[in-house]
Design a protein around this ligand. Sequence first.
Ligand SMILES: Cc1cc2nc3c(=O)[nH]c(=O)nc-3n(C[C@H](O)[C@H](O)[C@H](O)COP(=O)(O)OP(=O)(O)OC[C@H]3O[C@@H](n4cnc5c(N)ncnc54)[C@H](O)[C@@H]3O)c2cc1C
Length: 474
Amino acid sequence: VSARAVPSYAVGALVDRLVGALGADCVVTDPAAIAPRLTEWRRLYTGTADVLVTPRTVDQVAAALAVAHDLGAPVTPQGGRTGLVGGGVPHGGVVLSLERLSRIRALDVMDATITVEAGVTLASAKAAAADQGMLLPLSIASEGDAMIGGVLSTNAGGTSALRYGSARALCLALEVVLADGRRLDLTGGLRKDNAGYDLKQLFIGSEGTLGVITAATLGLAPALRDVATALAGVADPTAAMAMFRALRDRVGPALTTFELMPRFGYALSLRHIGRADALEAAHPWYLLVELSSPVAGGGLDERLSDWLAAMLEDGLAADATLAANERQRADLWRLRDALSDAQGLAGASIKHDVSVPLSRIAGFIEETSAACTAALEGLRPCVFGHLGDGNLHFNLSQPEGMDRAAFLALWPRFNRIVHDRVIAAGGSIAAEHGVGIQKRDELLLARGPVAIGAMRAIKAALDPRGILNPGKVI
Ligand SMILES: Cc1cc2nc3c(=O)[nH]c(=O)nc-3n(C[C@H](O)[C@H](O)[C@H](O)COP(=O)(O)OP(=O)(O)OC[C@H]3O[C@@H](n4cnc5c(N)ncnc54)[C@H](O)[C@@H]3O)c2cc1C
């Protein structure tokens, strides 16, 4: 985070007015209590803050924003702090934690909706839906910590977006507090609603720069009653994409997950969780594939196994294993879920979260990996992710023995290699993690001046004093 500008407000007055408006139990000034809020998951960015505010009610969120707006103090919303682009790192002023807004307000089985406050973790919301025989169909490895406000503000994707879409697709209604403290109720939770502009879309994916989400209504799906999961070893991304197309044609909407892992990352995962290889021999690439259906006894194991047999016969798959029970399914998923953390075993890593049209993704992986390894001897690409969505975590692990800081200093250079190819392929430089601090300058390159101008106009309309999450996104 760049050096903080000299605040135009008196910190003492900010704290006094917050205490007056919310009560002392919601206002924290102890630097030791604030310190963990100044950094983020990857420890790449550290910021500053004068005060931490932890409201229990929407009225208190509104009161905090009204005070900050009046004084011109920056406000950085925080949820579970699992964001990966530095979006929750404060830039002075107020850290606004939504974690105490943690009520599940309603669950309606007929409407197939759940209404939750911003501080409910994704895992708790999913558990509440499951208790009523319903599915909240969003899965990310951080769901035990990530909160609904953060999940919507980043428009999180994850491993079932292929079937159900990203968080945006699930959001039917929002409650938002605007920068000046006014409350905007975009409630209703209807499946069809064309009454004017769909304002909630502005707040989804805008990373706390346009308003503070305090609650949301999310659409639910019927619980799953048949699931089939397989791991396959493949030679290259071209074979993987041929397999994807064949599976999509065979099973249609039952296709829920189609994840890609390279041998390098897969081996790190095995080491990280301390288990033996799931397949007999090593393969250059791996696919984790899942089919699911709300219909019990839908024969998904058989359909997946028939597809695998055909892929082995065609020489597209080299080997495969099908989970025979829940334990084996969980075991295969651990290999994929551990991958983000496991990369730490290989030292520092330069990360890109990109998406590319499916028709070009195989060539993109091969060509961009080659360009990266040619740029730095010993570089170890770890390209994995949600292949079926065209979404790759194009991560690059440092050469063995290289100084960590010297490697990370090359990030801008690798941005040019990776992002320029993404843009040329008609892709996006921010597929699911957002822009935050990390990609703010890249966004200017990726979107044309007309789009950036429109974004700035929206920001100015909703946050005229520029207090909401300054320095992020645009
Ligand atoms: C191990 C791991 C795996 C992950 N896997 C995935 C994945 O598969 N797919 C994916 O998309 N992401 C993934 N992520 C990223 C992250 O979990 C998501 O971005 C998540 O949605 C962030 O939620 P959070 O509550 O932690 O938000 P935070 O990190 O607290 O905040 C994220 C952003 O949202 C803003 N914000 C937070 N709450 C609010 C609010 N109530 N109102 C307005 N703005 C707010 C913050 O200011 C910040 O800009 C992963 C992260 C980790 C650590």
